[in-house]
Structures are given as structure tokens and as C-alpha cells.
Design a protein around this ligand. Structure first.
Ligand code: NAP
Length: 255
């Protein structure tokens, strides 16, 4: 697979109004890419564009709207006059939930954004990439997708779904020369984690997280899990027998 460069086409980043997506889009622009950015808050996307003149194309979008997503992809490629060759499906949300406060509304919201929203974007871009036999897709899951973590009943569910989705897609995308990576960040300083009241081990700066994501995408690495200090223990924990997994996770999270 040929890793796409800025001369092959443009990049598209969802969830680019804040946090990881905003920083990934900014670093792509600094690296010479023209980047289409999407999220619901148009004012935040405009301020990002103003900081990178001529490099950022603003396409406000709610990724849960299937029809709007399909239209946005057409509009982006028409406005740029070039194909989307690198897409980072990053938009997502986290709403804490546990067994005692399990709430179907919170469940549906997270499924809608994290799973169905990402699927809407995939459905809109896959046909072109498969036909052109070119392109690269990065799906932002989470280390919480490796195993069910306490306080993340629905979030872990959605992020595990994205990991399985990327693994399944890879068999077909490899044949079509389209790259696919699944990105599993640990704790990154963003508005999403600012509301967490529990200790966040190995909490990272968003600029460092974005640097790792883009460095590993440039290598077409499939599983981009970081930081190592949190990723490796979690990868190990998930293969332990169930009683050990629950005992160790409960103890380390003081659950
Ligand atoms: N921060 C972490 O520690 C961490 C760790 C692992 C994984 N992640 C994942 O990384 C991704 C980015 O998170 P973040 O930490 O950067 O959080 P964030 O700052 O809250 O960013 C979330 C982004 O998603 C967008 N978004 C939410 N719902 C949307 C919708 N319906 N349509 C379009 N865009 C939508 C938001 O924009 P609007 O509100 O303007 O729509 C925002 O740009 C998420 O998928 C998250 O699960 C984060």
C-alpha cells in the first residue's frame, strides 16, 4: 500500500473543533496538507481555519446525520477539486455510566455518535477509495476498547466495536491497497477528559498524542495504541483469565 501524501489529495478530520481532532488537523496543515475539518461547532472550525490560512476547509457536520455526511463528502471533494486520500474518523463522545446509573439515553447517544456516526463516514468514503484503490483511514477508538473498564459501560462497548470494525475491514482494504489503522489513545488532556474526577495515569498533552497518531499513520501501522505505559498493561490484562482481570482492574482503579 502506498501511504498517501499531501500531493495525492486532501485529508478529512472529523471532530476537529476541539481536542485530538483539532490538533491532528493543525499538525496535518503544518505538514503541508489541505485538510477538510468537520464537527458541529462551526465557529471553532472557523477559528482553526483562521490559524492556518489556505490550508483548512470548513465543513460543519453532525456525523449522526447519514444524508448530511454523504453530501459533505461530495461537497468536500468538489470544493477541493481533489479526492480525500486520508481520513481520520475521530469524532466521539464519552458519557460516564455504571450499573446503578445505566441509562438507555446515554447508551443511545454514544452508540449514535461513536459507532453509527463513524459508520456513516465510512459508508460515504469507502466506495471512492475502493474504486481508486488508494487512500488511508484512521479510526479513533480508545484503550477502553481493549476491555470493559469500570465507569465506561457504553463507551467501552462503542470503542471495542470500532476496534472489531477496523480489524474486519482490514482484510478487504488490504486487497484494495487502502490503508486502515485503529487508534487507541490512553488519557489525553482535552475537554473530554477535563470532566473526569478520577486519577488519569500517564495523562498526555494533546500535541504529543497528535504527533504519535500522525507518525504511526505515516508508517501505516494498524494498531496505534499509546502511551506504552498504559497500553501494554491493558493489552496484557485482556488475555488474563477473567477472575484475574477483574481483580487486577478493580484494584488498580480502586473501584
Ligand atoms: N481524550 C482522551 O483521553 C481520549 C482517549 C481515548 C480516545 N479518545 C477519543 O478521541 C476522540 C476525540 O476526543 P477528544 O478527547 O479530543 O474530545 P473532545 O475535545 O470532546 O472532541 C470530540 C470531538 O468530537 C466532535 N463531535 C462530537 N459529537 C459529534 C457529532 N455528532 N458530529 C460531529 N462531531 C461530533 C466534537 O465537536 P462538536 O461538539 O463541535 O460537534 C469534538 O470536535 C473521541 O473519539 C474520543 O472517544 C479520547
Amino acid at each position: 500500500m502506498k501511504i498517501p501524501t499531501a500531493s495525492d489529495g486532501i485529508a478529512w478530520v472529523t471532530g476537529a473543533s476541539s481536542g485530538i481532532g483539532r490538533e491532528v488537523a493543525a499538525q496535518l496543515a503544518q505538514a503541508g496538507w489541505v485538510v477538510a475539518v468537520s464537527a458541529r461547532r462551526a465557529d471553532e472550525l472557523e477559528s482553526l481555519a483562521a490559524a492556518h490560512p489556505g490550508k483548512i476547509l470548513v465543513f460543519p457536520l453532525d456525523i449522526t446525520d447519514e444524508v448530511a455526511v454523504r453530501a459533505a463528502v461530495l461537497q468536500i471533494e468538489a470544493a477541493a477539486g481533489r479526492p480525500i486520500v486520508r481520513v481520520i474518523l475521530n469524532a466521539g463522545t464519552y458519557l460516564r455510566d455504571t450499573a446503578p446509573d445505566f441509562d438507555i439515553a446515554k447508551f443511545k447517544t454514544q452508540i449514535d455518535v461513536n459507532l453509527l456516526g463513524t459508520a456513516n463516514c465510512l459508508a460515504a468514503i469507502l466506495p471512492n477509495m475502493l474504486a481508486a484503490k488508494r487512500g488511508q483511514i484512521g479510526i479513533v477508538s480508545s484503550l477502553a476498547g481493549l476491555a470493559g473498564l469500570p465507569g465506561a459501560v457504553t463507551y467501552s462497548t462503542t470503542k471495542a466495536g470500532l476496534l472489531a470494525m477496523a480489524q474486519s475491514l482490514k482484510f478487504d482494504l488490504d486487497r484494495a491497497n487502502v490503508g486502515i489503522s485503529v487508534i487507541l489513545p490512553g488519557f489525553v488532556k482535552t475537554p473530554l477528559t477535563a470532566k473526569n474526577k478520577f486519577p488519569m495515569p500517564f495523562l498526555m498533552e494533546v500535541s504529543d498524542a497528535a504527533k504519535i497518531i500522525l507518525r504511526e499513520l505515516d508508517k501505516n501501522k494498524f494498531l496505534i495504541a499509546f502511551p506504552g505505559g498504559l497500553a501494554w498493561p491493558l493489552r496484557f490484562l485482556r488475555i488474563l483469565p477473567a477472575p484475574l482481570y477483574f481483580a487486577l482492574v478493580a484494584r488498580t482503579t480502586k473501584w
